[in-house]
Design a protein around this ligand. Structure first.
Ligand code: VTB
Length: 321
């Protein structure tokens, strides 16, 4: 992949955030998602790639744009693309922290074609790389992570989606002594934070969306973190879907390299509402300011990009927004 593409992908997530951010707090999560999809789609058209959406808004019959299998781009390097134009639709609709526009790009066949079902995830940052094992207990994993990070379990903060299904997980984390940050939605953004030392969170555990898991894996791969995951099909139909996608053993623990293969991937995310690392989008007369993070696995570069978009050339902007 040409490194020049890196900035192109920031433009894509920025466009999604600029459009969706307008609907912050309006209580319209479908509308906000649609705006993000429109924004992403309109910019992707001009990016010099021959892209195939492998994780997107749904199957062709349920999503008019960015559906799985859709070809995007103006032609060029063949790549596979995972998108979540608005990750955390509820968060945007309610004006709460943690929603981002996000995408990952890798070589053809390198991104797991994760079906739209649940996935059990365990994410850590670079210092705990290589010490996690989803087949071990939560307590044992916390013990190993704490050891690798040269701190006590009580110095670890674990991010968990606040769901009934996580009652036992929360209990075990609490008994082990870890602190917990419960989130109502959006587990991709905290997965990025976990890969960044000093963000204040250290582990992400629990069951969330499988497509979101692949995006998290792309981010953590670029950041040098680690992740393990296991698909959690609840119904017979979901099991059949796994089989149809060539996933024979659903109990298999997948490593970060099973989720995102190959020697190159790019991850880009733009904050819509505030995240731990980035302020959410701000609008001013005739423009908007966005904060994004874009990273590339091959070189390991991590860029935080602060952009002033001027919809009108004469728009007055200020660094002190
Ligand atoms: C998960 C999580 C996402 O939605 O998919 C969640 O990975 C849905 O979980 O980040 P429930 O079915 O338990 O509500 C998000 O939070 C937002 O898309």
């Amino acid at each position: 992949m040409n490194r020049v593409l890196t900035l192109e992908f920031v433009r894509v997530t920025e466009a999604a955030a600029i459009k969706a951010g307008r609907l912050m707090g309006k209580g319209d999560k479908m509308g906000a998602d649609q705006m993000a999809v429109d924004g992403m789609h309109s910019i992707l058209k001009s990016v010099p790639i021959d892209g195939t959406v492998v994780i997107g808004e749904g199957e062709m019959d349920e999503a008019p744009m960015l559906y799985i299998g859709e070809h995007v781009g103006a032609g060029g390097t063949p790549v596979d693309i995972a998108v979540d134009p608005l990750e955390g639709t509820n968060l945007t609709a309610k004006g709460q922290d943690g929603s981002i526009a996000v995408m990952a790009i890798a070589g053809q066949g390198d991104l797991l074609h994760a079906p739209d079902m649940y996935m059990d995830k365990l994410c850590v940052g670079p210092r705990a790389k290589g010490c996690i094992d989803l087949n071990e207990s939560v307590t044992e994993n916390l013990r190993r992570i704490a050891e690798a990070m040269e701190r006590g379990i009580d110095d670890l903060t674990v991010v968990i989606l606040d769901r009934e299904r996580h009652q036992d997980l929360m209990k075990e984390c609490r008994n082990a002594g870890a602190r917990i940050k419960l989130i109502t939605d959006g587990d991709v953004s905290p997965a990025v934070d976990i890969g960044i030392e000093g963000s204040g969170v250290h582990v992400l555990m629990g069951i969330g969306g499988a497509p979101e898991g692949v995006l998290a894996a792309a981010a953590l791969k670029c950041l040098g973190g680690d992740m393990q995951a296991r698909l959690v099909p609840y119904t017979e139909e979901e099991r059949k879907r796994c089989a149809a996608m060539g996933i024979t053993d659903v109990n298999k623990v997948m490593t970060i390299d099973d989720l995102v293969k190959g020697d190159d991937c790019i991850f880009s995310a733009t904050a819509i509402t505030n995240t731990a690392m980035m302020p959410g989008i701000q609008y001013f007369g005739g423009g908007a300011r966005t904060h994004s993070v874009v990273m590339r696995y091959k070189r390991g570069t991590i860029r935080f990009i602060d952009t002033f978009h001027r919809f009108r050339k004469e728009a007055r902007w200020s660094i002190h927004l």
